[in-house]
Design a protein around this ligand. Structure first.
Ligand code: CIR
Length: 253
């Protein structure tokens, strides 16, 4: 069960943030509405929300997931791979001091974004991506193993972050898209396979009794419902324009 989440209001500078998409400039007003709906959905899942104010100096800082990796016992402060985002970890570390006593750190030359980390029970999967390098992944694997967790490093081929294409719903069930479908490292789990057209829906989040999914992906929604999960659907259009998804907008612990 998750008890807490941390979210951060997007600033007006969000529209100037990093993106590889060609979906156009985000509408800031609409984005704020979508972010509020996201926070309301999390509250519906029964978690306590720590809501941080916007930071105009960091356009991508609403994507808090990239700044830390959290377990029940300790927090890992990452070393985000994009220069413009690296300073975001300062605020997050001080906020996490309200919740954690034990900290680990990813340090240069290692880089790592939280979006590249997926926890499945006591096993962490660490993606090597454009943002997480081999050294960052190695450092995190060593941290997890020293703390008694299992860790596997996965080299990404196409996805932006590991969790762009995979989510864990509990009870051994994963949602997978693209390069993770039938991937040997995930063969031990039951798979909900996302069609090419619905790839964006692979970035969904299981929060206590609900799975929060992006709106408009009927086939994946049906499969998740048939697997016995209640869903909450959210319009993510303005988040997607900056390469973001549901997992990126919160730290859940
Ligand atoms: C970035 O490029 O860093 C942001 N525009 C999007 C980050 C998305 N984060 C995530 O998938 N964890």
């Amino acid at each position: 069960m998750f008890k807490n989440v941390i979210v951060k209001t997007p600033g007006k500078s969000y529209v100037n943030g990093l993106t590889t998409s060609d979906l156009g400039t985000p509408d800031y007003g609409k984005l704020l509405e979508q972010h509020e709906a996201y926070v309301e959905a999390l509250k519906q899942c029964g978690v306590e929300v720590t809501h941080l104010p916007a930071s105009e100096e960091f356009p991508d800082s609403t994507f808090v997931e990239d700044t830390a990796v959290l377990t029940p016992e300790f927090a890992v402060i990452t070393n985000p791979g994009a220069d413009s985002r690296n300073g975001e970890i300062k605020e997050m570390e001080s906020v996490l001091k309200n919740f954690y006593e034990k900290f680990h750190y990813i340090t240069a030359p290692g880089t790592l974004d939280g979006g590249d980390i997926l926890q499945i029970e006591d096993h962490f999967y660490i993606g090597i991506s454009e943002r997480t390098n081999t050294e960052g992944a190695r450092q995190l694997k060593e941290i997890f193993e020293s703390e008694g967790y299992k860790a596997t490093i996965i080299q990404l081929k196409e996805f932006f972050h590991l969790k762009t294409g995979i989510a864990y719903l509990g009870d051994n069930v994963i949602v997978v898209a693209g390069e993770f479908i039938d991937h040997p490292d995930f063969a031990q789990y039951k798979q909900i396979k996302v069609t090419v057209e619905e790839t964006y829906c692979a970035n969904c989040i299981a929060v206590n009794d609900y799975v929060i999914i992006p709106k408009g992906y009927e086939d994946t929604k049906r499969q998740i419902n048939e697997a016995g999960h209640k869903t909450i659907e959210l319009d993510m259009s303005e988040v997607r324009k900056q390469d973001g998804g549901l997992s990126c907008l919160s730290l859940r612990f």
